[in-house]
Structure formats: C-alpha cells, structure tokens
Design a protein around this ligand. Structure first.
Ligand SMILES: Nc1ncnc2c1ncn2[C@@H]1O[C@H](COP(=O)(O)OP(=O)(O)O)[C@@H](O)[C@H]1O
Ligand SMILES: Cc1ncc(COP(=O)(O)O)c(N)n1
Length: 529
C-alpha cells in the first residue's frame, strides 16, 4: 500500500487542516516554528506548535540553543493530541536523541495521517543544529514518517556518504535512503552549484517525480527548508496526493523567494516572503475594485455601441416593433429587478445601504408603471418574457437568493452603470445632432424635441430623458457600495463578485440586442414572476 492510499480516507478533506509543527524557535522569524506558522497559514491551515528548542539566532547565524525539559515537551504534545484532531504534523529541529525519541514515542501512539520530517541538522548559516548521537535516533524516527525532506548535507549524513556534488549523486543517495527506511524522500537541490533548483520525490521502490524551478538570484534563503516542509504538510492534508502537494509547495516557495526582496529583514541571509500572494491581493483601496470591474468589461461596453439597436435608436430608424419589444422586456425586467434590489436591501449591512436599495426597488416599479402608462398602452405588445430577459433575471435571482451581499451588489451593478453610460452617450449625441438641425432652422428650444413636431425624431422624447442626473447619482452610490463590499470581502468573494458583474454586463449587451433577434418571433411564454 502506498502512503497516498493510506492517507486518503473516503471523506471530504479539510480546507483548513489542523497542522502541528514540532520544531525549534527562530526569533528572527524566518525559519523554524515561525516560518512554519507562516507557511501553514499562507496555505489556509490552522497552525499549532510545540517548541523543541529555543535558538538565539538572526539572519547571520545561530548564537546559542536552549533545550527545554523533554518532560515538558511531552506534556505539550499530549495536551494537544488529547483534545485536538491533528490532520498533519511537520517536524523540524529536534536538537538531541532524547527529544527525537520522545517525539517518536508520541508519533507511535498518535499515528497522525500525515507526518513530514525535515531532518534539520545545519542552519543555512552553516551552524550545526543537532548533536552527533542524534543521527541514529533520527533514522529510527523515519519509521513514523511519511515524507522526509533532507537537503544535500543532511542526505549525506543520513546515508553516511560524502555530500553529493551532482544531481545524479543526490538522486542515488535519495533512492538508497527511501529503500532502506521504506519512506518517501524529497531530495532538495537548493545546495547544488547550478542555475536550477531541482527537487525529487522518491518512493521506496525507487520511482521518482522531479520538480525543477529556476534558481532565484537571492541571498534570502533563510528558512527555505522549514517553509517547504510545512507547506507540503498542509497541502498534503488538503489534497491527499503527495506529488501534487510537493509541486504546489515548490511553485509557491519559488514565488516566496522571488518576492523576498519586498522585505527588509537583517543583514545576512534574509527570510522569504511567505505572504506574497496574500499581500499582492490585499484589499483594494478606494475605487480600485470598481475601476478594475469597469476595465474588465471594456469589450461589452464597446459592443453595446456597435449594436444595430443602439445605432438605429439614435438615428431614428429603429423599427417600431423592435422598440416595442425592448420596452415590454424592460418593463418585465424591471419587475424582477425590483425584487432583487429589495433582496439586496434585506442583506445590506448598514441602514443607509438598506434604504438605498429599497429606494431603487421602489423606483423600478415606478418606472415600470410609467412605461406601461405612457408607452405600452399606446403601443400594445404581447407581455411575454423573452429568452434573454429570462436568463438575465434568472442570473440576478440566483445571485440574490444564493449569493452573498457582495455578489448581489455586483450582479445588479451593470444595469445601473451601463444604462447610465449608454444614456449619457446617446443623450449627448442626440442633443448634438438635434442642435445642428435647430441651429439651421432657428429658435426651437431643445426640450421641445420630439414633441409633435412634424418629421421629428420618433424616439426623441425617449432619448431626451435618457441622461437623468438623479440616476447618475444613484449609479455612483451603487459603485461605491460595490467597492466597500469588495474591500470587506475575501479574495474569493471578490472573484465571485467579478464573475457576477461580468455575467450581468454580458446580459446587458444581449438585452439591447434581443429586439433584433426576437422581436419578430413569438417569445416563449414565461410567467412574469
Ligand atoms: N535560490 C533558490 N531559488 C529557488 N529555489 C531555491 C533556492 N534555494 C533553495 N531553493 C529551494 O528551496 C527548497 C529548500 O532547499 P534547500 O536549500 O536545498 O534546503 P534547506 O533549506 O533545507 O537547506 C528546495 O525546494 C530548493 O529547491
Ligand atoms: C529553529 C531553526 N530551525 C531550522 C533552521 C534551519 O533553517 P533552513 O530552513 O534555512 O535550513 C533554523 N535556522 N532554525
């Protein structure tokens, strides 16, 4: 049986595994327990720690080591395992044989599903972190280990050979160790003199998977081994698949090395940047999020102005059938949209936002009523919901009734924003075109546009009211609310908001295009609500 099958129970894997690091403390924060907590947390694990040794070290080297009583170490381990289900264990610096045996005893009794052992012997500064007699005890500890992650000097000690100078020698030593101790070995090539950093996951039967990354040109390698093993321990509890876990951990570690220059810690070998991904996606400031949303739908924005419907509406050549279809769909849409806004109001975190959406819901109904009174009574059309309207309101309803507040806000936003934008552009173009005509004729006031004048623009009345300042103001508020929700939310929440927004934006395009496609065919009958 392989370790993969051993550790793959028929149940859901935890998103936030409880990961225990048994390791030494590095007060400078780059290696040991401190690095482990960061690596575990960066991968969504819940970090716990039992400290085997306190070191006095910084980025330049280890000054001294203090080993607390082993009896107290055991008390800590037992306190944890008697209370907390531990999904994964990462083991780092174990300073002497007594400590190693104590941890071995605890592992034998507890049998955690995942045990990753980083056989720390020498710090990256070159200082020894383990006593000589501890080697044998460490080899025995491999009986309770699923994956051991030696660097080249450590691997050499474990197989009693000189340090490997080539990758081939390193792989050979890794195979010897894996077979002799029936354990998976992750051979790490960070110490090779080469411009790549290869690692290899070797199984007891000698089969191997290689992971190669370009060598990052940096001196900030303090804690790379600790960090990698803690990340693998966390990922393994999540994925249940060793090579996937190592692959992900290695790719993440390489980025953490690349981003290490963003930190400025110490004068020696500095730490890597464990939270590079988190900090890169930190909460957006001010209007950053909405600005990025707007940029992401530039294609849809351009597409709207290319639609026949929009061009013909402006030119006055739009078939009446198409305009009538559009108005019917708009009225049906607004009825459903109003309910979604009412739902946003119900979810709103502040009274101000609650009022805003409730007012929006109310306005939709008022506009819908007006449409019916003024346009639809004069131009009767069948009150059937067309397919685009149906899809659009289904999407909004899904966001409203199964999404978060942020998602609902993002889903309803394009209707405000794109409508305001289309209104602003069309109104400006219409007014400019009419002004040209009137300048030629003389004195007619602009607000008399389309009001019964002989040969007037057939949609003049409609276009003249298109740029409503109150609506533009409401749009600005809706955008601000979306930004605030994005700032409060997690990165995952922001991704969901982006998706909801993009879908609605596409539906806006389709909505304007629907009359051309569907006005002449009978839309399938769908109940309004
Ligand atoms: N400069 C570097 N660029 C990219 N990856 C590196 C670099 N140095 C080390 N690594 C990677 O960091 C991990 C730890 O490697 P290594 O230095 O061999 O172990 P340790 O930190 O235990 O001495 C390995 O995945 C290795 O490939
Ligand atoms: C407490 C402690 N544990 C481990 C290391 C090894 O660090 P590296 O990962 O750089 O080999 C260290 N320097 N200090």
């Amino acid at each position: 049986m392989t370790y993969d099958t051993l550790t793959t129970p028929f149940q859901g894997r935890p998103d936030h595994p409880r990961v225990l690091s048994i390791a030494g403390s590095d007060p400078s924060g780059g290696a040991g327990i401190q690095a482990d907590i960061k690596a575990i947390s960066a991968h969504g694990g819940y970090a716990m720690t039992v400290i085997t040794a306190l070191t006095a070290q910084n980025t330049q080297g280890v000054r001294s080591v203090h080993i607390p009583p082993v009896d107290f170490l055991m008390q800590q381990l037992e306190a944890l395992s008697e209370d907390i289900a531990i999904d994964s264990v990462k083991i780092g610096m174990l300073a002497n044989a007594e400590v190693i045996r104590a941890v071995g005893d605890w592992l034998e009794e507890t049998r955690p599903a995942v045990v990753v052992l980083d056989p720390v012997m020498v710090a990256s500064s070159g200082d020894s972190l383990i006593s000589g007699e501890a080697r044998e005890a460490l080899l025995e500890l491999l009986a309770h280990t699923h994956l051991v992650t030696p660097n080249l000097p450590e691997l050499a000690v474990l197989v009693s050979e000189p340090e490997a100078r080539t990758w081939e020698e390193a792989l050979h030593q890794g195979k010897i160790l894996a077979a002799a101790r029936n354990v998976q070995v992750l051979v790490k090539g960070g110490h090779l003199a080469s411009d790549v950093c290869p690692d290899a996951l070797i199984a007891p039967d000698g089969s191997l998977v290689e992971f190669t990354a370009a060598r990052v040109d940096t001196a900030n390698t303090h804690g790379t081994g600790c960090t990698l093993s803690a990340a693998v321990a966390t990922l393994q509890a999540q994925t249940g698949e060793w090579s996937a876990s190592v692959g992900k951990a290695k790719a993440w570690l390489t980025q953490a090395l690349q981003a290490s220059g963003e930190l400025n810690v110490g004068q020696g070998r500095g730490p890597l940047n464990h939270f590079h991904a988190l900090w890169a996606t930190a909460a957006p400031q001010g209007g950053e999020f909405s600005a990025s949303l707007w940029a992401e739908i530039s294609g849809q924005r351009a597409a709207i102005f290319e639609l026949d419907f929009i061009k013909e509406l402006l030119a006055g050549t739009l078939p009446r059938e198409h305009f009538g279809y559009y108005l019917v769909q708009d009225a049906l849409y607004l009825g459903a949209y109003s309910r979604v806004l009412a739902h946003a109001s119900a979810l709103a975190p502040t009274e101000e936002e609650q009022r805003f959406w409730a007012q929006g819901a109310q306005n939709c109904l008022a506009v819908e009523l007006e449409l019916h009174k003024v346009w639809l009574s004069k131009n009767p059309h069948k009150h059937l919901m067309g397919p685009v309207t149906k899809h659009y309101v289904d999407h909004l309803a899904a966001a409203a009734f199964s999404g978060s507040y942020g998602e609902v806000v993002a889903a309803v936003l394009p209707c405000y924003w794109l409508y305001a934008e289309v209104g602003r552009v069309l109104h400006a173009q219409f007014v400019a075109a009419e002004k040209e005509i009137f300048d030629g004729v003389g004195t007619v006031a602009l607000d008399a546009v389309g009001s019964g004048r002989e040969g007037a623009h057939p949609y003049g009345e409609w276009l003249a009211t298109y740029a409503d300042e109150e609506f533009a103001e409401a749009t600005r508020t809706a955008v601000e609310i979306a930004d605030a929700a994005a700032r409060r939310g997690s990165e995952r929440e922001r991704q969901r908001m982006r998706a909801a927004f993009a879908h609605s934006a596409q539906f806006e395009v389709d909505f304007f295009d629907a009359p051309r496609l569907h006005a002449d065919s009978t839309p399938h009958r769908v109940a309004r609500d």
